[in-house]
Design a protein around this ligand. Structure first.
Ligand code: ATP
Ligand code: MG
Length: 402
């Protein structure tokens, strides 16, 4: 693989921890290059998530070289060639050059190789097969840099074949389009995704939801999502998909992306959060939050002004109130005012409790809960003005009356 260009290396590519790692690998006779997302993002001047390196020797050799230099090595996935190195507090994922021996659409059997081009050819998209040396020397065997510049997500090799090897690539195609693409989507890739959308059922819910949520998290996910739906790539995993009208409105309102809230924005009002949560393997907490975001109850009264806003914030809690508020794009009222209030006002605690009811001489039982809840309704309706004494009086009054 020949160098194609040079980039000004970002700090992490050439600083203390990186030099220490490369020195250790070099002493062990191992050649290493940065690869994948970190190089792609370095080219774009964007922040990076994780640092991946390709190495030309098997994991045992890598572990030995790291050990000899006193760098912590974790055998993360030795069978697949991956070792995690921690040098001066920084984590690097080192993976031995590989080629596919066998693929079944989901999992590949790989063999190690010392051929950089073979390793590049098994990667998914041209701009994900960029490699770099610490001094910024760039290797770009499939002209991924040009595709990055024009926002084209291009499969390496024949798209249908690449998807047959690993169906997840359909979802990755749209996810990378959301982050790095520019409309229109690459026609060859799109057509192949559409032809293969029917095979996505074989994927696992975890992997699908990870891709979908990462797509939704992109600064501008609408085009990619619409293309994904048009290709039929949502049919199996999100048949509830209801278009992007509310998502567009949500994006115009929100100050930072929230993937789960954006998911709620592409679902119809009657969607069942539990079913979706199970299918997409969301955590219990995420499912519950999705449920509240989709719920009709309590009704959000944005036109009711600060009094109604405070009642809503109290009932839902600040975070969920903000979710509902940002999603309520068809609800009339001053949503900006309500949002500002939610961000500045801390809901008070009800000044009376079940213990107070017992002290009034009431017998323990469900009636106490009902009375406290009635006092709460009265207190909320009075805009939280009543203090403890007034609440106690109301409790006594209600207890006597019932
Ligand atoms: P990011 O981590 O920012 O999402 P990334 O490019 O690092 O982007 P990863 O999923 O971390 O994405 O994968 C690292 C690299 O491994 C990719 O850049 C790509 O070269 C390769 N890769 C990952 N998954 C696949 C796949 N399903 N098919 C082919 N190559 C893949
Ligand atoms: Mg990565």
């Amino acid at each position: 693989m020949r160098p194609s260009d040079r980039l000004v290396p970002p700090a992490w590519m050439d600083d203390g921890p990186t030099r220490r790692l490369f020195a250790a690998l070099g002493a062990g006779g191992i050649a290493a290059r940065f690869v994948g997302g970190c190089v792609r993002n370095a080219v774009l001047g964007r922040a990076i998530d994780d640092i991946d390196l390709a190495v030309d020797k098997p994991p045992e050799t890598v572990i030995a070289a790291l050990g000899a230099a006193g760098i912590k090595a974790i055998p993360t996935g030795v069978k697949h060639g991956t070792v995690t190195a921690i040098a001066d507090g920084r984590t690097f994922e080192l993976t031995t050059l590989r080629r596919d021996v066998e693929t079944d659409g989901r999992r590949a059997v790989v063999a190690f190789t010392d051929d950089w081009l073979e390793d590049a050819a098994r990667r998914d998209f041209t701009f994900n097969a960029l490699y770099a040396d610490p001094d910024g020397t760039l290797y770009d065997p499939f002209e991924g840099r040009a595709d990055l510049a024009t926002g084209r997500v291009r499969f390496i090799g024949d798209a249908d074949r690449r998807i047959a090897e690993d169906r997840l690539r359909v979802l990755r195609f749209f996810r990378f389009h959301a982050w790095y693409g520019r409309p229109p989507v690459d026609a060859l890739g799109f057509d192949a995704c559409r032809r293969n959308a029917g095979t996505l059922g074989a994927l696992s819910g975890e992997r699908v939801s990870k891709e979908l949520l990462r797509l939704l998290e992109a600064p501008a996910p609408v085009d990619a999502l619409e293309a994904m739906a048009e290709a039929g790539a949502l049919d199996r995993w999100l048949p509830e998909y209801a278009g992007t009208v509310r998502l567009r409105a949500l994006i115009a309102r929100e100050t930072r992306p929230d993937k789960l809230r954006r998911l709620a924005a592409i679902l119809p009002a009657d969607a069942d959060a539990t079913t979706i949560g199970k299918r997409l393997k969301l955590s219990t907490q995420e499912s519950l939050r999705l449920g509240v975001m989709l719920a009709h109850d309590p009704v959000l009264d944005l036109a009711g002004g600060p009094r109604a806003w405070r009642a809503g914030i109290y009932r839902l809690g600040t975070r969920l109130y903000v979710d509902r508020l940002l999603l309520a794009v068809d609800t009339p009222g001053d949503w900006r005012g309500a949002l500002a209030l939610a961000e500045s006002w801390t809901p008070p605690e009800l000044p009376v409790s079940g213990g107070d009811a017992l002290e009034l001489g009431l017998a323990p039982g469900p009636r106490i809960g009902a009375l406290i809840s009635a006092v709460e309704d009265w207190w909320v309706a009075g805009d939280f003005a009543a203090g403890r004494a007034a609440c106690l009086a109301e409790l006594a009054r209600l207890a006597k009356a019932s």
